[in-house]
Design a protein around this ligand. Structure first.
Ligand code: GCO
Ligand code: MG
Length: 402
């Protein structure tokens, strides 16, 4: 069996998606997600200029070898652009292999460890009151785990909260706009928000929160400690992703579980965090973390330390990634939770999906392969539109983490 060609499909049904389609001489093709929010064209060019020419003629069944060809074989390795490209290739190859063997992907990964995938959704409001109402709506819609983000008194615009009443979407059209941030206002506000949420809804719902990389280690330690009485399922990205040592200080002070890694790309970003048992959940998604091939290794190493998966699943990861993640989550033993930010309806015009949400869980059907298809004619109706993530400054103008 041979790879005859591959192409990159860029479309923007409400937001940008990059999809890799790999063709074989047996007429079977595979799909991979290659979306890197706000940096889409960098991945497109990496795939088109460097990866696709090298893929042609290779046997798509040799996934491990092809993975290492584009990882070990490449001198300038790692980094989000090249790892997103590697991930897309990997997903497409697993899709092809499962289609050739006539089975849903989870069967190739060890079969079913569970029948349904626990997910968490996002609730956000402009202030505590609205946020608490939104948590209630999510519980009513069947969710058993809710990420809680709220506008903060004295800060104009907060991560995770839309300006209008639309669903939250991280990137906005055009160039990056600037936001302003005040950590002390955030730290003073957040524990009181969670106290109110627990007072209203009790302990019978999982609560999560994303600090989105904005605390110093000691601030993060304070936050994790003060949130401890409210029993979070996890506190996400309490310190910026690149500062692994920062997690030590949080652990010293608190038992609030920690999730990290949506901006990580390889197992090497995790080794210290795992061996020192500094985290509880792996956030690195298939689409940016080397696909199935690499995440199988990350999950296996994590399992040794009783660390579970909780993959990133924002709207900027396409349905191809989400479906692949559901197969992965179905199969591995140390699955924890999956983030689920439902795509807008218009996305389902372009992507035919094989999962559905019922009562707090996502279910994946038995379509062979990853099970998602793309309608290229429909995709062509929605051409790429430049969009960017915001940049963030402290209120005194200093550049900060977004
Ligand atoms: C999350 C994330 C997202 C990211 C977004 C960036 O936990 O879901 O932090 O909201 O900010 O995916 O593109
Ligand atoms: Mg996050």
């Amino acid at each position: 069996m041979k790879i005859t060609d591959a192409k990159v499909i860029v479309c923007s049904p409400g937001r940008n998606f990059v999809t890799l389609k790999i063709f074989t001489d047996e007429g079977i093709y595979g799909l991979g997600d290659a979306t890197l929010n706000g940096m889409e064209k960098a991945v497109v060019s990496h795939l088109e200029e460097y990866c696709i020419p090298a893929l042609k003629g290779k046997d798509p069944r040799n996934i491990e070898d092809i993975w290492h060809y584009f990882y070990k074989g490449v001198y300038w390795k790692r980094g989000s652009v090249s790892m997103t490209a590697v991930s897309a290739i990997d997903l497409a190859l697993w899709d092809i292999k499962a289609k050739v063997l006539g089975t849903p992907l989870y069967n190739m990964l060890g079969g079913k460890s569970r029948n349904k995938i626990l997910v968490y959704c996002h609730a956000n409001g402009k202030d505590s009151e609205e946020t608490i109402d939104k948590v209630g709506e999510k519980i009513k819609n069947g969710f058993r785990a809710v990420r809680v983000q709220s506008g903060i008194p004295g800060i104009d615009h907060t991560y995770g909260v839309p300006k209008d009443n639309k669903p939250y979407e991280p990137a906005a059209k055009g160039l990056a706009h600037e936001e302003y941030w005040d950590t002390s206002k955030y730290l003073n506000f957040l524990p009181s928000l969670f106290r109110k949420v627990r007072d209203v809804y009790g302990e019978n719902i999982h609560l999560l929160h994303d600090a989105h990389h904005r605390c110093t280690p000691i601030e993060a330690a304070r936050l994790a400690k003060e949130l401890e009485p409210f029993h979070l399922f996890w506190l996400e990205d309490p310190v910026s992703g690149e500062l692994q040592e920062g997690l030590r200080l949080i652990r010293k002070h608190s038992t609030t579980p920690v999730a990290i890694g949506e901006v990580f790309n390889t197992i090497y970003d995790y080794t210290t965090l795992m061996t020192e048992q500094l985290i509880d959940y792996i956030r690195m998604p298939l689409v940016h973390g080397g696909g199935i091939t690499h995440l199988l290794k990350v999950a296996a190493m994590a399992s040794v330390y009783h660390i579970q998966t909780g993959f990133h699943g924002a709207t900027d990861l396409s349905p191809v990634n989400l479906a692949a993640a559901l197969h992965f989550n179905t199969a591995i033993n140390n699955f924890g939770i999956q983030e689920y930010m439902p795509h807008q309806e218009i996305v389902n015009e372009v992507f035919k999906v094989n999962y559905n949400f019922t009562d707090g869980y996502l279910f994946i059907d038995d379509t062979h392969g990853i099970g998602v298809d793309i309608d290229e004619k429909k995709a062509a109706k929605y051409p790429y539109e430049k969009a960017s993530l915001p940049v963030n400054r402290k209120t005194n103008g200093t550049m900060f983490y977004w």
